[in-house]
Design a protein around this ligand. Sequence first.
Ligand SMILES: [Zn+2]
Length: 407
Amino acid sequence: VNAEHVRSARDAVEAAFPETVEFLRELVQAQSLLGNEEPAQQLVERRLKRLGFVVRSVELAADNVARHSESGIPLILDGDRRSLVGRLAGAIDMTVALNGHVDVVSAEPLDDWTRPPFEGVVEAGRMYGRGAGDMKGGVAAMMLAVEAARAVGPTPSLVFQSVIEEECTGNGTLAACLAEPDFHAAVVGEPTEGLIRLAAPGIIWARIILVAPAGHAGSSDERPNPIETAFAVIRSLRELEDELNARREPEFEAFSKPYLLNVGALHAGDWPATSPGRAVLDVRLGFPIALPPQRAQEQLKTAVHRAAPDAEVEFRGFRARGYSLDPKNTVVRLLRECHADVHGFDPELAATRATSDLRYFQPPVGSGAAAMYGPTGGGYHGADEWVDLESIMDVATVLALFLLRFR
Ligand SMILES: [Zn+2]
């Protein structure tokens, strides 16, 4: 019976695959950078409706999102930017949520790309483009799974969350979960390269603003230089990073350094003959699961002020709690079984050093019955990002089985 099940799921996936690739190409062509996610959401909405979903819009600017303890700090405040929540009634009295984000990060520096970043070029079984891997390929794979499962047999009821702001606040998923909290299990279709991912550190973002009186280079030894102060701040933050990594949590045994500081941007200066009046430093800090985001913010602020007592520290974007879902939760157990039936081996369980919206499926927002499982790709946030098209079929087959077996 198992082999037959796998065969019919795979056949249904293959039948719907060409249309899925076309959909994915259009989705990659929709340049859904922060603030411009709507064209991508409209493509997803249309396809969800074709699959039979009733779709509602959920606004990120809603009060219950902005005031929620687990929310991120918005980088932009555009009133009607939305996540989508689709609902599809099933034959089984249980509900499974599928979560994917359509927002993508900038493709800069564009000169590094050897293929156009927003065309969805297919070459040797890979589709290239910003967001192809992270994670429009996963969105396409989950929709393909729904289509295939329903062609084969009865499924649970489904909630499909197509969200925005995964890359900066998480508020898209938070809004979707608050709007439609009634589901028993959730799968986040981020790329996992054949693994199941369950844990990640906490992540905060901060902007550090350093000012000094600007002046002529001929008297530059008479005043502090904000660019050079920025380097002192970075050194102090590296010391904090070392302290945090001195005590690794067991989830991150595979990493010698699980909690990473990233210096993401430094904007400063105009002209060689002027000592600058201002430097703006954007950083991202990873920290232990056990450390609440607010405590991490305090530690970061202290480290900045150790090097630059007058620096202004502004928190924005992520203030994400770390997470570690139970490897024995119902979703992981069934996913492993389905993966093993399709591939012939048990998938590895792993952690990452980057956060994801999976954190919202643990308490206090979610129940903890959840996992991250998606296609294989590469070049995430870099040049020539890609997704392996065959892996979309594999993931869709496993997820279709998952839906057919979920009770
Ligand atoms: Zn992602």
